[in-house]
Design a protein around this ligand. Structure first.
Ligand code: BGC
Length: 371
């Protein structure tokens, strides 16, 4: 399946669809990676929401809907935690991090018993955004998720300003710009696309505006978005705020500066690192981040640049078409690679999120993807 011009992209797209839909649980949950020791049996709101968006974009409507239904049931199942968090925040005594909602649930929607870096807010915003996007794209009635969206919006309104772990499950002491961006995008789209209504929708839109203003005020340096408020570092996740989340206008100077900073500081030969100080598995490049950068470039009409990134991501597939979480080569911190292999085994392969981002970028590029 490897042609003289590189990977057979249509084949890898079919393979990606098949991998995601065949591994989806009957109840709608997407396992992050079926075989990787530390992820087995768990579904993340972050990964899952982007996976659902990827398959939604290529027409797997039922798969994405089933995932959103699963999220809605999980949120409903944990409504008690949400109500407690909202009440505690209103009373001025926010719940401790350990009592907030986790980043991941077992595929049957329970908390699971393994220790994890659990308090993360981004996935709840990303879920609202992805459900709104899916409903808009396929003209579905968002009302089926309204009860869960109400709870999720209330949870985020009460807690968005808190520090928490980021996309990479690190630095719980910081307020992360990607996390804020996911929350703002989710609140805004929940209001605009009718996942919530009335007073709640007004409050959601207002909070989205406040969060965006905070990002612009304290989450930028040297013309680019930063890893966390007050930092001047960049992070590979930040391009998501340009596309697909659409929070930072693609034609803005901030979008241009963020893409340039990610390219200059985090991109080697089309592969994108998470951040300069990364040591996870030696700090390799992540195909899913190349796809996020590609989506941001495509949103700025740089379709050639986006296609090069898609090709790099596709080139990380194994011979049987499995995409990894990250690849070896040009490691930032090679000395740490063996530590992680000894601890968890070789990097997660397949990672469903990687497959989804490849699909999402290929769908964005349409015919240009093959050119
Ligand atoms: C990454 C997370 C991801 C999780 C499951 C972790 O290593 O840091 O972003 O959600 O794996 O794929």
């Amino acid at each position: 399946m490897i042609t003289s011009r590189g990977v057979d992209l249509p084949w890898l797209e079919r393979r990606s669809r098949e991998i995601i839909t065949s591994l989806q649980e009957a109840n709608g949950a997407y396992p992050a990676s079926p075989t990787f020791s530390a992820y087995r049996g768990y579904c993340w709101f972050r990964d899952g929401s982007f996976i659902a968006d990827g398959v939604s974009a290529v027409g797997e409507v039922a798969s994405a809907t089933a995932f959103h239904d699963w999220c809605a049931r999980v949120v409903g199942h944990h409504a008690g935690t949400i109500r407690a968090a909202v009440a505690a925040a209103e009373a001025g005594h926010p719940l401790p991090d350990a009592e907030m909602l986790p980043a991941r649930f077992t595929t049957d929607g329970e908390l699971g018993t393994d220790d994890w870096w659990d308090f993360q807010l981004d996935g709840y915003g990303t879920w609202l955004w992805a459900a709104a996007e899916h409903a808009r794209r396929h003209r579905l009635d968002p009302g089926r998720w309204q009860a869960a969206a109400d709870l999720t919006v209330d949870y985020l309104l009460s807690s968005w300003a808190r520090p928490c772990f980021d996309w990479w499950e690190e630095h719980s002491e910081q307020v992360h710009v990607s996390t804020l961006g996911c929350v703002a995008a989710g609140l805004r789209r929940a209001a605009i696309d009718g996942l919530v209504d009335g007073e709640r929708a007004l409050r959601a839109e207002q909070a989205a505006g406040e969060i965006t203003a905070l990002i612009e005020r304290e989450g930028t340096a040297d013309g680019h978005l930063t890893k966390w408020l007050g930092s001047d570092a960049v992070d590979g996740s930040l391009t998501a705020l340009i596309a697909p989340l659409g929070l930072i206008p693609a034609d803005s100077d901030l979008a241009r500066g963020t893409i340039a900073a990610v390219e200059d500081q985090l991109c080697v030969e089309g592969g994108v690192y998470r951040f300069r100080a990364d040591t996870f598995f030696g700090g390799g490049r992540w195909p899913l981040l190349s796809c996020f950068l590609g989506l941001a470039k495509a949103a700025r009409s740089d379709r050639g640049g986006a296609r090069d990134l898609l090709r790099w991501a596709a080139g990380t597939a194994t011979d049987d078409g499995l995409l990894p979480e990250q690849v070896d080569g040009h490691l930032l911190a090679p000395g740490y690679r063996q530590y992680w292999i000894d601890r968890w085994g070789t990097p997660a392969t397949p990672l469903l999120w990687s497959h989804a981002m490849l699909l999402r970028l290929a769908a964005e590029l349409g015919e240009d993807a093959q050119a």
